[in-house]
Design a protein around this ligand. Sequence first.
Ligand SMILES: *Cc1c(COP(=O)(O)O)cnc(C)c1O
Length: 234
Amino acid sequence: MEYIRENVAAIRRQIAEAAYKVGRDPKEISLCAATKMNDAEAVRAAIAADVDCCGENRVQELVAKEAQNAYQGSPVHFIGHLQTNKVRQVVGQVDLIQSVDRLRLLEAIEQEAARQNICQRILLEVNIAAEASKSGFTPAEALEISGKMSSYPHIKLRGLMAIPPISRFPGENCRFFQEMCNLFVDIRRKKYDNVDMMQLSMGMSDDFADAIACGSNMIRIGTAIFGPRNYHPD
Ligand SMILES: *Cc1c(COP(=O)(O)O)cnc(C)c1O
């Protein structure tokens, strides 16, 4: 799996280039390997290549790869759509749930974290392009919920996450990234209780340089590390 090591090294160089261009320190930017549909061996290769964390989309894959010790040596994040009936398999098992996209899920996570007597770190997912096909809060909702985090004592809000539309041209998603950054800074300035705005998770294989230019400090990369995913295996 030499190609994975080479791909991660190439992405690190591109992160550095994008960061320096806007006067940022590349060390501020975490590289999260989006591991969906990639097996334990590929995950281990990415961790050996020194990604900062692994992000899993599906509970079933998370559980299977955990059983294989695939994530050893790396923090694990949940980055996919999480059904409330699967919250028990994720809360307390991952360092960060990036994809809290509705109030009902926030409440289910609080309930489960309370049951386990732990504090679960989360990000609020913002549907920044207001796409009907995607879940997530509006910016106004995210702001409002941030102000009410003291009602969720077993959760710590650590930042925001967004998945804008697929970028076909460089610069296409800049306005969404910029809006996210403004919202992130707004919430951080309010110094709300139980809110510690550390992570602005945005940017994928096709648009991470633009996301970094607009203030992202966590990019989630799948294809550029592992190659194209085979959605239709025969
Ligand atoms: C798959 C996925 C990514 C990575 O997408 P690529 O375009 O393959 O880099 C990032 N974030 C989330 C939430 C994903 O599901």
